[in-house]
Design a protein around this ligand. Structure first.
Ligand code: TYD
Ligand code: MG
Length: 482
């Protein structure tokens, strides 16, 4: 009789006994019973059987590795995140919150592949075929050519993939398929692992590029994430807020490409539309109000201008609110401390709200300076601007300049009504630190007429100098405590 084990549905930790709190990750009430089906086990490790003959090691140089062509999904942003398209026979896990657009993007990708003459298969275990059809009608033409099966039985789905042997198959979703002979309802760790494992096997055997759609739990992780992540070649995460237009797809793991790439999409009536020139969008929406700054961010190999906004208001709460959207909370705490200590802007008695516009997430260290400037500008109630060398923008530039505030700055005719652009990491001693790709970030800002750019490259070398440069006379004085 196989012994039951208990598996955490968040981190995959196994334990022989049930615990209220997972010994692995500390999450509460996440352990679920998993009773292995008789005869299961072995699996990929099957060649450890004592009777198996020894294998012959081959030098890597002699391994047969034919160059494979990629399957283009017809969605350039998605192809880029995948590293140039789907790799034939590979397994991709696409995770995201409900309603984010997973079914939409997979349906339109399959549509494009079908239109390009690929054999495709859409397995829906979540919606009826009719519901998928309604969506496909909104997406237009090609999506309606995709063959579909609607079933929740894993055996039937595996048999279908074997029989059809498509080039590309989408399983929507891995958590709603049911493996017969396994305990637990669909979506539990044991079930998800079994479903993904069986599909992975048939996909590799039949050389089917397979996209497993998975829901994220409310904690923000894919159910049984560790269990699935090692199994698949590529983990894509679909992010964004349902109420907001912009959605991003990024690779958390990719055996065939970089994990730095991000695709930006917008949800419209006719499906997800790629936002090819996202910078232009974000800059045109940027305001010149106090608390606003344009961050020159890097999304993978691509520079992206994103507006960062801050709001500072007197608080009645102890401790006051720190609300972030698209920005890391811990990073905000650090920046508030540095601002208080080295920028003479103390916000200990204020509610602080920081958000990256458009639902974009910026959690690279290069965002520090922009966040700090937005906070300082909001606290002082003064819009940020850098006086350029040319006359005309000197109106507010009464304050003393430190270190040549405009060195290298290119005066832009209408520079005064453009938002300030900035990037750079801030160290604990208030110094500005180098971040990757400064020239690409600056070039992107210049492309949209945002110059000069405040960055570790100059003109300012410290947070204080940056504050003086961008706030002018409104910058706090050296010994003045706010
Ligand atoms: P969906 O792809 O079903 O999300 P998921 O599979 O991740 O749960 O749809 C996401 C949302 O997008 C849904 O609430 C309806 C909306 N939507 C549009 O706005 N336009 C469209 O063309 C489509 C197909 C969906
Ligand atoms: Mg769906």
């Amino acid at each position: 009789m196989p012994r039951a084990t208990y598996v955490c549905s968040v981190c995959g930790q196994e334990s022989p006994r049930w615990h209220g709190r997972c010994p692995g990750c500390g999450a509460w009430n996440t352990l679920v019973e998993e009773r292995p089906a008789p005869g299961r086990g072995g699996g990929a490790a099957g060649n450890h059987a004592p009777s198996a003959g020894a294998l012959f090691p081959v030098p890597l140089a002699e391994v047969d590795a034919p160059a494979v062509g990629r399957l283009s999904t017809g969605i350039a942003e998605l192809d880029r995140v995948l590293g140039g398209g789907l790799v034939p026979g590979s397994l991709v896990l696409l995770g995201g919150a409900p309603g984010i657009g997973k079914s939409t993007i997979t349906a339109s990708a399959l549509g494009h592949l079908a239109a390009a003459g690929r054999r495709t298969l859409y397995v829906t275990a979540e919606e009826s075929a009719a519901q998928v059809k309604l969506r496909a009608e909104r997406l237009g033409g090609a999506a309606l050519r995709v063959p579909i099966v609607a079933d929740t039985d894993l055996d039937a789905v595996v048999a279908t993939i074997e029989a059809e042997a498509p080039d590309v198959c989408v399983i929507d979703s891995v958590q709603t398929l049911h493996a017969e002979g396994m305990n637990g309802s669909p979506g539990t760790v044991g079930q998800v692992r079994e479903v993904a494992g069986r599909i992975a096997r048939v996909a590799k055997q039949r050389h089917v590029a397979t996209v497993l759609v998975g829901h994220v739990t409310k904690e923000g992780s894919l159910a049984g994430p560790r269990v699935l992540e090692h199994l698949v070649d590529c983990v894509l995460q679909f992010e964004g807020e349902r109420e907001r237009a912009y959605r991003t797809v990024r690779a958390l793991k990719n055996r065939f490409g970089s994990t730095n790439e991000v695709g930006v999409f917008e949800m419209r009536d006719s499906g997800l539309v790629e936002v090819v020139d996202a910078s232009a969008r974000f800059v045109s929406e940027a305001t010149r109000a106090p608390g606003s700054v344009v961050l020159c961010a890097m999304e993978g190999s691509r520079p992206l201008l994103v507006e960062v906004q801050a709001l500072v208001a007197p608080s009645e709460l102890v401790p006051p609110r720190r609300v972030v959207s698209g920005v890391d909370r811990n990073r905000l705490a650090l920046l508030l401390a540095v601002l208080a200590r080295h920028g003479a802007i103390g916000l200990g008695a204020s509610d602080v709200f920081v958000s990256a516009a458009g639902g974009v997430r910026v959690d690279e260290p290069g965002a520090d300076l922009a966040i700090a400037l937005a906070l300082a500008s909001a606290a002082r109630g003064v819009p940020l601007r850098i006086a350029s060398d040319s006359q005309g923008s000197a109106s507010r530039a009464a304050g003393p300049r430190s270190g040549g505030a405009v060195a290298g700055g290119r005066a832009v005719a209408d520079g005064t009504d453009r938002p300030l652009a900035a990037f750079g990491e801030i160290g604990l001693t208030g110094e500005l630190r180098y971040v990757a790709h400064p020239e690409r970030r600056s070039a992107e800002a210049h492309k949209f007429g945002l110059a000069p750019v405040l960055s570790p490259e100059g003109p300012a070398r410290t947070l204080r100098a940056a504050l003086t440069a961008a706030l002018g006379s409104a910058a706090p004085r050296a010994r003045q405590a706010a």
